[in-house]
Design a protein around this ligand. Structure first.
Ligand SMILES: [Zn+2]
Length: 185
């Protein structure tokens, strides 16, 4: 176990071996973000973040987008996490963002497709085009709350680029205090 950071007790970042987080019962009973007692234990696949070249939002080139996606797929590493502690605030944060994301996604889809269907059976009123356009805009907008509600964002952790460990940014003191002791010798 590698612990980094200038001030003991207020570490900027800790690294946990993938085989430790991959077995249930190894993680502390307090969440990483708030240091509150966990109300839930969650199993999930944690991805590594890949720094992509260029600005994803401003790039309109389909080919370069596809290139970036391929690049992303080849570099992303996944660690299976078992029993990660989530406090009620962590759970609520995730639920709020995911609810907002699905509302935008399904609302946008419903508006877009609904306007098309209604338009097909009527004389095609101009307001239908506006509804379809709004629905079309809502679809990509849903990506923002989706990324904010991602498990890695909620808990402030990610898989290392080599996939061998999990990196926790600014872990709570309560989480760090209850970590299993690093092997000695
Ligand atoms: Zn929390």
């Amino acid at each position: 176990m590698v612990k980094e950071g200038p001030v003991p007790g207020a570490r900027e970042r800790i690294t946990l071996p993938a085989d430790v987080v991959g077995r249930a019962g190894n993680l502390p009973p307090h969440c990483t973000r708030h240091g509150r007692p966990a109300s839930r234990r969650k199993d999930f696949a944690l991805q590594s973040t890949v720094r992509l070249r260029g600005n994803r939002l401003l790039s309109g080139n389909v080919l370069s987008q596809a290139d970036r996606l391929a690049q992303h797929g080849s570099k992303v590493k996944v660690t299976d996490v078992k029993g990660w502690p989530l406090c009620p605030l962590c759970v609520r944060t995730r639920a709020v963002w995911m609810t907002l994301a699905s509302a935008l996604l399904f609302g946008g889809l419903l508006a877009f497709l609904g306007a098309l269907v209604v338009g097909a059976f009527t004389e095609g009123a101009s307001w239908l085009a506006a509804v379809a356009a709004i629905g079309f805009v809502l679809l990509p907008v849903s990506a923002l709350p989706l990324s904010r509600g991602a498990m890695s964002r909620v808990i402030g952790a990610r898989t290392s680029p080599d996939g061998q460990s999990v990196i926790v940014d600014k872990p709570s003191a309560a989480f760090v205090a209850d970590l299993p002791q690093p092997p000695t010798g």
